[in-house]
Design a protein around this ligand. Sequence first.
Ligand code: ATP
Ligand code: MG
Length: 467
Amino acid sequence: MGYYEGMIIKMPENAKIILDTMHEAGFEAYVVGGCVRDALLGREPMDWDITTNALPQDTKKLFRRTIDTGIEHGTVTVMMGKEGYEITTYRIDGKYEDSRHPSEVTFTKNLTEDMKRRDFTINAMAYNEEEGLIDKFGGVEDLNNKLIRCVGNAHERFSEDALRIMRAVRFSAQLDYSIEEETKAAIKELAPTLTKISAERVQVELIKLLESDHPEKFMDLYDLGITGVILPEFDACMKTGQNNPHHIYDVGTHTVKSLGYVGNDKVLRLTMLLHDIGKPRTVSTDQNGIDHFHGHAALGMKMAHDIFRRLKFDRETMDRVCNLIKYHDDRFPAEPKNVRRAINRVGVDDFPLLLDVKYADTMAQSSYYQKEKLAEISEIRTLYDKIMEENNCVTLKQLAVGGKELIGLGIKPGKQIGDILNAMLKDVIDEPSHNTKEYLLEPERLKNVFMKEHEQGEEHEKTSSDN
Ligand code: ATP
Ligand code: MG
C-alpha cells in the first residue's frame, strides 16, 4: 500500500492543543516539514514543527511559556511541559548571499509561499486535522516513488543554499530513496559551491548519512562530485587499486562496503570511512606486482586527525576514531595474555569496537583466508568477554596496589612511582593471579623486580642516543 493524501496523521496531544489554541484565536496553523514526512512514513518524528500565519508576538500572547528561539526569522518555541514546539511564521526567504544565509526574511500570509522555500517535495507538506494533508508540490507522489526532488527549480534551490546538496544525499541514505534526475544534475553542477558552507553544518549532514541504514549511499557523494570538495582524500582511495590476495576492490569501494558491516554508530562508521585513508600515500608494488601498504594505519591516523580538524569534529569522536584507525590492522594471537595486552593498549572501552572494525574490514575483503580471519576475531571476542567477566586487571585502576601504598613504604613520589606501578601492571596482565598486595609488595620482589625496571629505564634514558 502506498501513501495517499487522505491519510490521517496521529500527532502528540500537545501539538493538537497548540493547533487548536491557534485556530480558536483565528489563525491558520499546521504541523509541517520533517514531522509530516516521517509520520506518513510511519517513522517516529523527532520534533513536531508548526507553521502559522500568526506573527511571533501573536503566538507569544497565546501561550504561557515561550522562548524567543529566532524571533527575527519568525520562530518562537512554545513549552508544553518538558516538550518544546517550534512555531514559525509563514515566511519567504529573501535573497541568499554566498549560497548560505538568506540576508533577510519576509513574513507572508500565504502557506504556499512558505512551502516554496523548503528544500524537497517530501519536506514541503503541511497537515492539520481540519484540512488534512496540504501537498502542493507532489510530496506524496515522491514518497510513493521513493524520490528526493527539489521544490521548484533544482538549480535555483541549490544556488540559494548549498547545504541542500548534502541534505539530498543524506535523506536518500536515511530513506533509501533515489535522487530525481534533474535534482541530481543540479547537484553535480553545484557541488563545488559546498566550500561556502560551514564545516559544522556539512559535518552534521555527513554524520546523519553515515549513521543511516544505508551508509553505502556514501558512494553517491563521490559519484556526484561532493567528496571531491569535502573529502578529496576519499577520491584518492577510489583511484588506488589493491592488487593482493586479500582484496577484490579498490580502496574506496572496499571502504564503502565496510561501512555496511558495522552497526549505525557514529564512531564505528567514521572509523570504517577513514580506516584505510592512508593507503593511497603508502602504496608500493613489489617485483611480483603485489601491492603493499606499509604504515598505512599510522599515516591514516594522522590524516584522519587533519580531516577531523578541518571538518570541526569534537575532540572525543576524533580521539576514539583515530585510536581505532591506529590499531585496526594489528594482529595478535587469540590467547588470553595477548588479548589482555591488546585491551590495555587499545583501551577497555574501545577494544570491543576494534573487534567490530576488524570484522567489518574482513567482511569487505576477498574470500582468501576470510573464514580463518573471522574465526580468529570471534575467538578474541570470546576471550575479551571472559576477561571482562572475570574482571582481570588490564588497567592501573584495577591494580591491587596504588601510589599511596608505595609512598607509604617510603618510595619518593614522582616518576618512580609510575614506573613501578606500570611494571606491576605488566606482570599482572601476563599473570592475573599476581594481582594481590601480598605478591606485588613482597619486599624482595618489589626491590629486585619492580624497582629494577625503573632503574633500567633511567639507565636507558642516560645512554639512549636515538634522538
Ligand atoms: P530531520 O529528520 O533531520 O529533523 P527535517 O526535514 O525535519 O529532518 P530540519 O532541519 O529539522 O529537517 O528542518 C525542518 C524543515 O525545514 C524541513 O523538513 C524543510 O521543510 C525545512 N528546511 C530545513 N532545512 C532547510 C534548507 N536548508 N533549505 C530549505 N528548507 C529547509
Ligand atoms: Mg526536524
